[in-house]
Design a protein around this ligand. Structure first.
Ligand SMILES: NC(=O)c1ccc[n+]([C@@H]2O[C@H](COP(=O)([O-])OP(=O)(O)OC[C@H]3O[C@@H](n4cnc5c(N)ncnc54)[C@H](O)[C@@H]3O)[C@@H](O)[C@H]2O)c1
Length: 449
């Protein structure tokens, strides 16, 4: 049987990983984006963002001729393919609700193409959208532009994406589960068959459901993970008030309980990135608009907002006035293995330190170019972790890159003006560091410091 031809609208993290994922399994894929520079990079075999392993896979797919990137031309691309994944951005508006302008524009082009198409086509929404969006926004636009009926003349599915930046390609080809919300049986069957072919013998559990349940599953999953993080950060804050208590040990013991599990129980400076902050805000806004105030989620967000500022508070506790003090920041990306700085916890930390008059030098293995576009010349950048520490009065570890875990107390003592370290991600062994230098770690009770 002929493999369906696939188009992906929006070639960002999700779109490109989806495109490369299918192309790597010999599907014919067209990735379409409005950003010319992004598409030029993709066609040259260079992913427009840092993602481990993606460059090799992208190059392979281009060489085999399974993948091509195109700028715009959405209508032509729809006519040439059988299935279209929509993976455009759905950023937050100031009130927390999601901005659907990219989605509306992409879907409008798809609808126009469907007007001219006489073979069956399925549109699959992969972007994260609040419950009701596919039914109440996407479907009417498709029908208005195509003058055809969804569910009869063409198909519509909602298929949320669960990949994690940093392991995005692996997550795409080894998903834990596939959620298929569909407007009708036929659309869902087409997508289920696609995934059966894609995963072959390693097919994950497939959940077939309604469009809005599929939409909510994504938000509920991210809200649960964010809740675990704010929960353990709350326990960390309590630990700091209890001499001798250590959140790391608490989390390890809790995680051994099968009902709880060990993941997402790492206390630290809070969650960032393009998904959790945006998705929690969107679910709160959506829920409130429906008449239910989700107080738990408000608290999760509130804890996360305060958590990065604790690094500054620790800094002031140890150095006093920060005016003119040199602070070394290790890590800028919102998490290791990415150069993404959207909602990175380092941003509020640096803004607050600058307000207090500190001089900042930062280092990150891959995110410095992105950080330069955010902070311009307000801060300095070092070319290595060791050079970042040179003559600093205090170091704040913000992102837990593996290379930072290798630093020893001697590295800090030898290079800093005064060896003061704030471990914002609990990567260092307190026993080793406390004996040799001034060491503060999130969630570590005072008598241990
Ligand atoms: N990044 C993640 O880890 C992740 C994980 C799961 C779900 N999501 C969701 O997936 C969606 C995409 O996220 P992302 O991180 O890939 O975003 P992104 O910003 O990296 O990429 C979106 C792309 O869409 C393009 N675009 C916008 N309008 C377009 C149009 N009309 N036609 C063609 N291209 C267009 C943009 O130029 C951009 O390249 C969002 O809804 C996000 O919440 C993201």
């Amino acid at each position: 049987m002929r493999k369906p031809k696939i188009s992906v609208i929006g070639a960002g993290y999700v779109g490109l990983c989806t495109a490369v994922g299918f192309a790597s399994k010999n599907y014919n894929v067209v990735a379409c984006d409005v950003d010319e520079e992004k598409i030029a990079k993709i066609n040259a075999g260079i992913p427009p963002f840092h993602e481990p392993g993606l460059q090799e896979k992208l190059s392979d797919c281009l060489k085999k001729g399974n993948l091509k990137g195109v700028v715009g031309q959405t209508e032509r691309v729809i006519l040439e393919t059988d299935l279209t994944f929509v993976a455009v951005g759905t950023p937050s508006k100031p009130d927390g609700s999601i901005d659907l302008k990219y989605m509306e524009s992409a879907v409008c082009s798809i609808g126009k193409a469907l007007k001219q198409k006489d073979t069956y086509h399925v549109t699959i929404i992969k972007s994260t959208v609040v419950p009701g969006t596919t039914q109440n926004t996407v479907k009417p636009i498709l029908e208005r532009e195509s003058k055809k009926a969804v569910g009869k003349d063409f198909g519509l599915c909602m298929n949320p994406e669960f990949l994690r930046q940093g392991s995005a390609f692996q997550d795409t080809i080894n998903a834990d589960r596939v959620v298929i919300g569909s407007i009708d049986e036929r659309s869902g069957n087409v997508l289920e068959d696609l995934y059966k072919g894609f995963y072959s013998t390693r097919l994950p559990t497939i959940i077939r459901t309604s469009l809005s349940t599929a939409e909510l599953i994504k938000y509920a999953s991210n809200s649960m993970l964010a809740t675990k993080i704010s929960f353990i950060n709350t326990i960390a804050n309590i630990c700091e008030q209890i001499p001798g208590a250590d959140v790391k040990v608490v989390a390890t013991a809790m995680g051994l309980d099968k009902r709880i599990g060990p993941l997402f129980l790492d206390a630290g400076l809070g969650y960032g990135g393009s998904c959790f902050p945006k998705d929690i805000k969107a679910l709160i806004a959506c829920s409130k608009s429906l008449g239910y105030d989700p107080e738990l989620l408000d608290s999760v967000e509130q804890v996360n907002k305060m958590q990065p500022l604790k690094a500054v508070m620790f800094c002031k506790d140890m150095l006093g006035d920060l005016e003119g003090k040199k602070i070394a920041i290790l890590g800028l990306a919102f998490k290791p293995d990415t150069d993404d700085m959207r909602e990175a916890r380092v941003i509020p930390i640096i803004h607050q330190l600058l307000k207090e008059g500190a001089n900042i030098t930062a280092y990150d293995p891959v995110a410095i170019p992105v950080a330069k576009s955010i902070f311009k010349n307000q801060i300095q950048f070092a070319d290595s972790a060791i050079n970042c520490l040179k003559n600093a009065d205090c170091c704040i570890l913000v992102t837990e890159w593996p290379e930072f875990k290798k630093l020893t107390p001697e590295d800090f003592i030898k290079n800093m003006r005064q060896p003061v370290l704030i471990d914002g991600r609990r990567v260092y062994d307190p026993e080793t560091f406390v004996r040799k230098m001034t060491f503060v770690a999130l969630g570590l009770g005072q008598s241990s410091n």
